[in-house]
Design a protein around this ligand. Structure first.
Ligand SMILES: C[S@@+](CC[C@H](N)C(=O)[O-])C[C@H]1O[C@@H](n2cnc3c(N)ncnc32)[C@H](O)[C@@H]1O
Length: 304
């Protein structure tokens, strides 16, 4: 029999053991209460995060535009690197952040949507002013709801330009793309002159600096009406077929000012292979354009 189990020792230890036992139970109760309190606090915090992230989803989610506006830090960092590479501007990242806000604000206030993924749109919005177009004249071929054009104007104003904007678009109720049947727009907003003009109003550009020409970019009448000036920026974002982009590039050769910038939307986008095919063929021929780089799925040319 060990000393500890001997009856006299057990008797002597009993009060101590009982006190110890009570203390352990009290501690366990206290720990349980503390644990429960911490669990409830964590749960409250999670509930509040869920409520906030739902509100963020309402503001920046896919619904109503097909693409979300919630890029990751990695995506933004990569895009900033691409913008820096194309433009040679060291502070590209700051411009990417500002362009992102321009996009978010315009879609929040405007009617309809800007077409395309977030990095594609933000890349164009940030790079164009940094490429220092030689004058204030901008031509956009294909505008949808006019919100990208409004964003580009704001970006150019922020860079010290006083833009004059010309837009060519058939303003058909739904977006037209040869070879594709595109249904109702995800935003539910029809394409119309009223919508485009209201959206351009958000850019702050006075009406007299906006020219909206309804029609197709290969229509001789349309071309004649807007070929009265040399453009510092031409955005090719209309007919995405190889033939359509080829025609727009040929026209752009005659329109872009020396040192001017051509933006090729959806360049290298797998959904629109005609854009890259047309650009590559065009650059193999006799051209004033030099390919200067790409951000996300936008290509940039500079005119001699
Ligand atoms: C991809 S959306 C333009 C998106 C707009 N630039 C943006 O970033 O939100 C293409 C637009 O070009 C129009 N379009 C199609 N073919 C065209 C053409 N040949 N000339 C001008 N616009 C055209 C479509 O109807 C549509 O409104």
């Amino acid at each position: 029999m060990s000393l500890l189990t001997s009856p006299p020792v057990k008797r002597a230890l009993r009060p101590v053991l009982t006190a110890l036992d009570r203390r352990i139970k009290r501690l366990a109760r206290l720990e349980n209460t503390e644990l429960r309190r911490q669990l409830e606090e964590t749960r409250r915090q999670l509930d509040s995060v869920a409520v906030k992230s739902y509100a963020v989803e309402l503001l920046l989610g896919r619904a109503g535009r097909g693409s979300h506006r919630t890029p990751t830090r990695t995506q933004v960092g990569k895009l900033a690197g691409e913008v820096r590479e194309v433009t040679g501007v060291d502070t590209a990242e700051r411009h990417v952040h500002l362009a992102y806000r321009t996009l978010v604000v315009l879609e929040a206030l405007g009617s309809g949507r800007v077409a395309g993924g977030t990095m594609n749109v933000v890349g164009k919005l940030s790079a164009v002013p940094l490429l220092k177009p030689p004058n204030d004249d901008v031509l956009e071929i294909g505008t949808l709801h006019g919100l990208f054009a409004a964003g580009l104007v704001r970006q150019l104003v922020s860079a010290g330009y006083a833009p004059r904007l010309t837009i060519v678009d058939p303003l058909a109720e739904v977006q037209l793309q040869p070879g594709h049947v595109l249904g109702a727009d995800p935003s539910g907003t029809p394409i119309s002159e009223k919508v485009v003009r209201a959206n351009l109003g958000l850019s702050g550009l006075p009406e007299e600096r906006i020219r909206l020409r309804r029609g197709f970019s290969n229509d001789p009448g349309v071309r004649a009406a807007v070929s009265d000036r040399e453009y510092g920026v031409v955005v090719i974002d209309g007919d995405h077929s190889e033939e359509g982009v080829r025609e727009d590039l040929e026209w752009a050769e005659t329109l872009v000012a020396s040192g001017g910038v051509v933006v090729l939307d959806d360049y290298t986008d797998r959904n629109w292979p005609g854009v890259e095919a047309a650009v590559e063929k065009h650059l193999e021929g006799d051209t004033r354009f030099t390919f200067i780089g790409r951000t996300s799925t936008s290509g940039f040319l500079r005119a001699r």
